[in-house]
Ligand binder design. Sequence first.
Ligand code: UFG
Length: 328
Amino acid sequence: MKILVTGGLGFIGSHTCVELINRKHRIVVADNLSNSNIETLEKINEITGVIPDFHQIDVTEESKLEELFNKYDFDGVIHFAGYKAVGESVEKPLDYYYNNLVSTIKLSEMCLKYNVDKFVFSSSATVYGDNKSPLKEDMKLLPTTNPYGETKAISERILKDTAFANTDFAVSLLRYFNPVGAHESGLIGEDPKGVPNNLMPYVSKVAKGELDKLYVFGNDYDTVDGTGVRDYIHVVDLAEGHAAALENLNSGVNIYNLGTGKGTSVLEIINTFIKVNEVEVPYEIVERRPGDIAVSYADTKKAEKELNWKAKRNIEDMVRDSWRFELN
Ligand code: UFG
């Protein structure tokens, strides 16, 4: 298939480009480079032997999108482009609502206009709010705690309503759990600008000595060791999940959790990182982080059954591959 990948040079986007190329799809990347690097294009080439067509555009800009849809006869769109920092979204809500919602609306309009009938969307487990794990796709969604999460919930609704009103337009809403790890080549991975917000990139920077220590946000949750529990998923498994979602997308609205179904605590992540990579990770327990929930992990049965997809990589693989990328 010929696929438009928005945000295709970002963390999850770049790994998905590699997977799609490996499966012989033809991809066109649109990315404004606001949180990604043009060098990733060459890295994708090193891994796959293919350089995707690249357009440095902002997908909120209708005229730029129109040129793209005119030029290529797309079979589908995978929409990754978006702002994703929870804390920043609280400080700049309008930027988040504008960027994340206008891009979804404009891309959907172009799909209807140019008869592109497959749309795969980057959603997030954050839409479940404080529901009790294991989280299931048909649960009633609870309010999210920040504008970023709200943009994911509203985008899901926009795409659902559009697919209900246009029966030829099929959407797949992928709710990611906690993506970590990197491609095993060590060439592409997660490279956040500034001090990382998320656990794994922070641990990597501490192990490397670029940050003094890790602050563990609370050890008084009702969990195995008191620290927060999440469903970490290797980014290459996640990329395979996107390809499976695209290839199985035929009609209607399809919602899938992309996780492993297994919860891991912050201390378990730290200890596995230390053991597998033979490094030190100094840490200190501090107050809970506002907005955090105790436990989040997926029910993965629906994706396994309907997409014939299952995450294969374990926590050891995740910490090893994250560290390899950090050292590169
Ligand atoms: N944590 C620490 N110290 C840190 C960073 C994180 O102790 O420096 C803890 C958190 O309290 C939490 C766990 O590590 O228990 C994971 O935190 P992350 O920030 O890595 O991930 P979150 O689960 O908070 O958030 C992620 C994505 C969001 C998404 C959410 C959906 O970053 O984009 O999952 O569930 F909305």
